[in-house]
Design a protein around this ligand. Structure first.
Ligand code: NIG
Ligand code: FE
Length: 419
């Protein structure tokens, strides 16, 4: 008998998210979190080998003399959170923009004046590799302490090819140097740098950048900030079509600030996820549902842009769009690392139930970054990425906000963080 290395047992409630590894949850499925009372999960060699009630797992003979046992009595156990949309690799910060924002200067106006994303491009370029990594590591550690065990990381504070390649290399180095699993995305199309027209920079991405990024094999996904005034529908389509030819999987920042057919284009191109979507049209939402595009919603960004405008998550769920949640962690529109905060905002302002929010932050998020075969649920064969939350029930998770509900984080079967 191969005994477990680790047994987590006696959880008052264990949310397994079972049954959605093939296809993301949608519609009423988003509430089916596979709850087990008095739950237990057994892990060996970093992977889950048994899931069930504590009685069932003990009776299965998985527990040997050397199995470490952790009681989750009275607590909630869930899969590690998956954060499928971040710009967490950068140096510097932009708290100076707060006063501009409070005066009502729009986000894109700050960018037009050479601030915003372009300001972080400058501070990242001025920093050494070690400084970028150290600053990013601190944020990744905060993410981990708040329950995130897998995170997508975009480039996009480089913009020119050597700087974008550097960013992607640093993401790979960070993947080796700390415990979270990272999924790298190329996002050269994050802003148009000074000295280029949108059209010229789009051609530069298509002709000079994408082939080199592809040749180095450093990114799985390609993403574009599709937004009037940044990258138009046409430019976005040119970039993503080329990326598709080069075998990148596709993502899109779509309809964040303005309704301009971003969701419709996302569906036409068959991207894996369309993100933001605050201004997505009814037709756009239907097109996403039809095509099975995952809507990655970013309520912390909406909260921080402070315009009282949130994505129409209920319409998306009714239409059958699979919904996921992410922090969008970045120094401008969402300076946070906290998935628990995102869950609270998703319940209060996207009107998700706690069950739907948890589904969106685990298995559906895993689908959005092509990792649903490995993470996002507590099922045999998946990585042993497990959270023990010091809360009495699931409603408590979004209800009590602003402090950390996570008592223990287990990554690949190892306790990597505890209070
Ligand atoms: O997803 N929308 C574009 N990019 C980020 C913001 C990045 C920044 O402001 O530095 C976002 O919100
Ligand atoms: Fe973003």
């Amino acid at each position: 008998m191969q005994y477990a290395d680790l047994l987590i047992h006696s959880a008052r409630m264990m949310a397994t998210m079972k049954g959605f590894s093939e296809r993301p949850a949608r519609g009423e499925g988003m509430s089916e979190i596979g709850l087990i009372e008095e739950g237990a999960v057994a892990i060996r060699d970093g992977k889950i080998i048994a899931v069930g009630t504590t009685e069932e797992v003990r009776a299965g003979g998985w527990v040997g003399p050397n199995t470490v046992q952790i009681s989750a009595e009275g607590k909630v156990v869930t899969p590690g959170f998956v954060d499928p949309h971040t710009h967490v690799l950068y140096a510097g910060s932009r708290e100076n923009e707060l006063s501009l924002k409070l005066k009502g200067v729009p986000y894109l106006e700050i960018l037009k004046q050479g601030g915003g994303i372009l300001s972080t491009v400058r501070s990242t370029k001025l920093a050494t590799d070690q400084e970028v990594k150290d600053q990013t590591k601190r944020r990744l550690q905060t993410m981990l302490s708040m329950g995130t065990t897998t995170v997508e990381v975009k480039s996009g504070y480089g913009l020119m090819v050597e700087d974008e390649l550097r960013a992607l290399r640093l993401i790979h180095e960070l993947a080796r140097e700390q415990v979270l699993d990272l999924v790298p995305t190329f996002m050269g199309a994050h802003a148009v740098p000074p000295g280029y027209s949108e059209d010229e920079f789009t051609s530069y991405i298509v002709k000079d950048m994408l082939p080199r990024i592809a040749a180095e094999g450093l990114a799985e996904f390609c993403d574009v900030f599709c937004e009037p005034g940044v990258f138009s529908l046409d430019s976005s389509e040119r970039i993503l079509t080329k990326a598709n030819e080069l075998n990148f999987k596709l993502k899109m920042h779509a309809d964040e600030l303005d309704s301009a057919g971003g969701a419709e284009l996302a569906a036409k191109l068959g991207v894996i996820s369309a993100d933001h979507l605050l201004q997505a049209s009814d037709d756009g939402i239907l097109a996403l549902a039809k095509q099975g595009v995952i809507a990655v919603l970013l309520p912390a960004t909406s909260f921080n842009l402070a315009k009282n405008s949130y994505a129409r998550a209920r319409a998306m769920i009714s239409a059958g769009v699979p919904v996921a949640l992410a922090t969008d962690s970045n120094p401008g529109s969402s300076p946070t690392e906290s998935m628990p905060l995102v869950l609270t905002l998703a319940c209060l302002y996207l009107r998700l139930t706690p069950e739907e929010a948890l589904m969106a932050a685990t298995i559906n998020a895993a689908h959005a970054i092509g990792r649903a075969d490995q993470v996002g649920s507590l099922e045999v064969g998946k990585l042993g990425d497990v959270l023990i939350l010091d809360i009495p029930n699931l409603n408590y998770l979004p209800y009590h906000f602003g402090s950390n509900p996570v008592e223990m984080v287990i990554k690949r079967g190892n306790v990597v963080w505890e209070t």
